[in-house]
Design a protein around this ligand. Structure first.
Ligand SMILES: Cc1cc2nc3c(=O)[nH]c(=O)nc-3n(C[C@H](O)[C@H](O)[C@H](O)COP(=O)(O)OP(=O)(O)OC[C@H]3O[C@@H](n4cnc5c(N)ncnc54)[C@H](O)[C@@H]3O)c2cc1C
Length: 385
C-alpha cells in the first residue's frame, strides 16, 4: 500500500496537534505542516504574561514542558513531521488534490499533493473601521510579532499611557500586563460590561477590581477616532466626545476566522463566518478537514453553530481531525458549552454554559450576551472574545 500524504495548513495550536496525532496513529504517512509565520506551536495564551514580565525567556512560549523549542528540527527529529515555516499556502485545488504555497523568505512557489488536508488557519484580530486606524502606536496582541513588540514597549519603558480597546478576555489580560509594566492603562469597552461571558453582577466585580489596581475603565462607550501627529498616535476620541491622551493603543475587539483560502477552494462557509464542518471536523470536501479558530462548531445548549476561538477547543479539534485523517472518519467532536477562565490581577473569573442574559435571548451565543436592561443592547458587536 502506498504511503498516505497528510498536509496541515497552519502551525500554531490546532495544526501541530493534528499532525502529531496523525503521526502517532500512522507511522508511515508523509506529514507536512505549512506555517506562514517564522515560529511554530506558539502558546498565544501566554503572550500577556510575557508582555507583563511574568517570565523573560521568549522561548518559553514555544517549548515543550521539557524545555525543548518546537522548531522544524524538533518536529523532524522527534515526530518525523516536515514543518515548513515562512511558508504560506496560497491556493488549494481540490480536484487535483494539490496545494500551492510560497516561501515568504525566497518568494519561491511550490506545489505539493495531499491525500488528506487539514486547515488550521486560525483567526485575525478585528480592527475598528474608524479614522486614524493606521497610525503608528496602534497594535493588537494576536501574534508572536505583536507579543515581541509589546514586550519591547515594556523593556524600553518610554510609553506612559495606553488605551486597551476592548474589555474581553484578551483586553483584560493585556490591561494587566501593561499596568504591571508601569503603564497608565484605560480600558474602553463599547458594551455596558467587561467580559461579556460573565453575568453582569460578576462583571461589575471584575470592573471594580481592575479599577482598584489603578487602571481606568470606561464602559458603554466606543472609539470614534484615533488622534495623531505626524503619523503617530497621540490620543483617542470616544463616541461621547471624551478625548484620552495615549501613545499606545491595543485593539482587542474580537477575531474573524481566516477562511479566504477555503472559500477560494469552494469549501462551504457557515452562517457565522467560520468554515462549516461536521462532527468528524470534515468540511464540505470529504478529503479536507478544518479545525481551530477558523471553524464554526455546535453549541451544546442552543444547538446553534458558533465561533468559539479558544485554545483548548483548537487542541481537541486537532486531535479529532488528526485521527480521522490518519485512520478514516471514526472519532467525533461533539461541540462546546463554552467553558472559559481568565486571571485578572488577584481574581480568576470563569464561566461555563450560558449566562443569564444569553438564556433570556436564546438566539444569542453566550459570548455575545449583554445585560438585558442595557440601553446598548441593540448595538452589540457580532465579535468573539
Ligand atoms: C493573547 C491571547 C490570549 C489567549 N488566551 C486564551 C486562553 O486563556 N484560553 C484559551 O482557551 N484560548 C486563549 N486564546 C485563544 C487561543 O490562542 C486560540 O484559540 C488558538 O491559538 C487557536 O489556534 P489555531 O491553531 O486555530 O489558530 P492560530 O493559533 O491563530 O494559528 C493559526 C496559524 O495559521 C497560520 N496561517 C494562517 N493562514 C495560513 C496560510 N495560508 N498558510 C500557512 N499558515 C497559515 C497563521 O500564521 C497562524 O500561525 C488566546 C489568544 C490570544 C491571542
Amino acid at each position: 500500500m502506498s504511503k498516505k500524504q497528510i498536509v496541515v495548513i497552519g502551525g500554531s495550536a490546532a495544526g501541530p496537534k493534528a499532525a502529531a496525532k496523525a503521526r502517532r496513529l500512522d507511522e508511515s504517512a508523509d506529514i507536512i505542516v505549512l506555517q506562514k509565520g517564522a515560529d511554530l506551536s506558539m502558546a498565544s495564551c501566554g503572550y500577556p504574561y510575557y508582555v507583563g514580565g511574568a517570565f523573560d525567556d521568549r522561548d518559553q512560549l514555544l517549548c515543550t514542558p521539557a524545555g525543548v523549542v518546537r522548531n522544524p528540527k524538533f518536529y523532524l527529529n522527534a515526530k518525523a513531521i516536515d514543518a515548513r515555516t515562512n511558508s504560506e499556502a496560497t491556493s488549494i485545488d481540490p480536484q487535483s488534490h494539490t496545494i500551492t504555497y510560497k516561501n515568504l523568505l525566497t518568494e519561491e512557489t511550490a506545489t505539493i499533493g495531499y491525500d488528506k488536508l487539514i486547515l488550521a488557519t486560525g483567526a485575525t484580530a478585528k480592527m475598528p473601521p474608524v479614522p486614524g486606524i493606521g497610525l503608528k502606536g496602534i497594535t493588537t496582541l494576536q501574534s508572536m510579532k505583536d507579543a515581541d513588540f509589546l514586550r519591547s514597549v515594556r523593556d524600553e519603558g518610554k510609553i506612559k499611557k495606553a488605551v486597551m480597546v476592548g474589555g474581553g478576555l484578551i483586553g483584560i489580560e493585556t490591561c494587566e500586563a501593561l499596568q504591571l509594566a508601569g503603564i497608565d492603562v484605560t480600558v474602553v469597552e463599547m458594551l455596558p460590561q467587561l467580559l461579556t461571558f460573565l453575568d453582569w453582577e460578576l462583571a461589575k466585580l471584575v470592573e471594580n477590581h481592575v479599577r482598584s489596581k489603578g487602571a481606568n475603565v470606561i464602559v458603554d462607550n466606543g472609539v470614534a477616532e484615533f488622534l495623531g501627529h505626524d503619523g503617530t498616535l497621540t490620543g483617542i476620541k470616544l463616541k461621547n466626545g471624551t478625548e484620552l491622551d495615549c501613545e499606545l493603543a491595543v485593539i482587542a475587539i474580537g477575531v474573524k476566522p481566516n477562511v479566504d483560502l477555503a472559500k477560494k477552494a469552494g469549501i462551504s462557509i457557515g452562517a457565522s463566518g467560520g468554515i462549516d464542518v461536521d462532527q468528524y471536523m470534515r468540511t464540505s470536501d470529504k478529503d479536507i478537514y478544518a479545525i481551530g479558530d477558523c471553524v464554526e462548531i455546535p453549541h451544546w445548549i442552543t444547538g446553534k453553530k458558533i465561533l468559539a476561538p479558544y485554545g483548548d477547543l483548537a487542541n481537541l479539534e486537532g486531535r479529532v481531525a488528526g485521527e480521522n485523517a490518519a485512520l478514516g472518519d471514526s472519532v467525533t467532536f461533539p461541540g462546546t458549552i463554552q467553558t472559559g477562565i481568565c486571571k485578572i490581577f488577584d481574581f480568576s473569573a470563569g464561566s461555563t454554559g450560558l449566562s443569564e442574559a444569553a438564556l433570556r435571548t436564546p438566539l444569542l451565543p453566550r459570548h455575545r450576551s449583554l445585560h438585558r436592561d442595557s440601553p446598548s443592547y441593540a448595538k452589540q458587536d457580532k465579535g468573539t472574545p
